[in-house]
Ligand binder design. Structure first.
Ligand code: HEC
Ligand code: HEC
Ligand code: HEC
Ligand code: HEC
Ligand code: HEC
Length: 115
């Protein structure tokens, strides 16, 4: 993409001359599937996509700021399931709807596992 897909060199309403009124709205212009409101929101996603992603590129897949599971362990304690299956594939191998969902988990609320 070109810089001007996201930045307006002559100004822009948001900080960093972004072409949107706020950072998440910029991302939603091209990634609308993550725009809620969802019944079950994941707080950092609502706050800012850059809680987890770097806009300009990354050494990690999916433009993640840090790789899994470290990404999630910044804010959550890790855990194992009852049968001790190791978490080698990262937290989103189970918590796959991490950007939010309308579908509740078995225990009520949501642990973002419906996809
Ligand atoms: C996909 C959208 C996107 C594209 C494309 C993009 N940027 Fe950015 N840029 C951002 C966002 C969002 C921020 C706000 C800082 C952040 O990431 O939290 C930003 C911040 C900046 C900043 C100020 C903060 C910093 O990181 O220094 C500069 C300078 C900048 N961009 C330059 C560029 C240049 C030059 C290009 C093209 C090579 C470019 N950007 C392409 C989204 C983009
Ligand atoms: C002008 C359109 C546009 C904007 C604005 C935009 N993106 Fe993207 N983004 C794309 C395209 C095109 C791709 C590559 C094709 C794809 O994977 O869908 C992509 C890919 C991605 C990927 C996946 C990369 C991978 O390796 O799989 C992430 C994560 C992402 N964007 C996050 C963001 C975030 C966060 C913002 C806001 C700061 C943003 N995008 C703004 C167009 C955009
Ligand atoms: C809590 C951390 C977190 C936040 C905040 C977050 N994401 Fe993600 N995102 C992820 C993770 C983790 C992946 C990789 C998922 C995987 O590999 O299963 C991902 C993958 C993606 C992808 C590429 C995969 C796909 O489904 O195409 C896009 C695009 C994306 N995110 C966009 C966004 C946008 C837009 C926002 C802000 C509205 C956002 N993300 C906020 C954690 C986050
Ligand atoms: C920047 C901090 C932050 C990051 C990074 C983050 N989360 Fe969260 N997450 C939260 C907050 C805040 C909540 C809502 C409060 C709570 O229930 O703990 C939440 C809620 C959750 C919940 C629901 C918890 C419950 O008890 O209902 C799950 C599951 C979850 N996050 C998984 C993840 C996974 C997996 C990742 C990595 C892809 C991740 N989170 C990354 C801050 C974060
Ligand atoms: C093998 C699948 C699986 C993997 C991998 C996994 N989880 Fe979970 N996680 C679950 C299940 C199932 C629940 C619901 C447990 C319940 O409701 O009693 C859960 C619940 C949670 C919760 C909410 C309840 C709590 O314990 O506070 C958080 C937060 C969470 N996981 C974070 C993570 C993080 C961070 C990782 C990566 C280090 C991760 N999970 C990896 C299956 C998984």
């Amino acid at each position: 993409m070109s810089c001007a897909d996201c930045h307006d060199p002559h100004g822009g309403t948001a900080a960093n001359n972004l072409r949107a009124s706020n950072l998440n709205d910029l991302c939603f212009q091209c990634h609308a599937e993550y725009q809620g409101p969802f019944t079950f929101q994941h707080a950092p996603v609502v706050e800012s996509c850059t809680k987890c992603h770097t806009s300009h590129g990354s050494m990690q897949r999916s433009l993640l700021a840090v790789s899994q599971p470290t990404l999630c362990l910044q804010c959550h304690a890790g855990h194992h399931n009852g049968s001790g299956i190791p978490l080698l594939n990262g937290c989103t191998s189970c918590h796959s709807s991490i950007h939010g969902t309308d579908i509740p988990s078995a225990t009520g609320g949501s642990v973002f596992m419906d996809k």
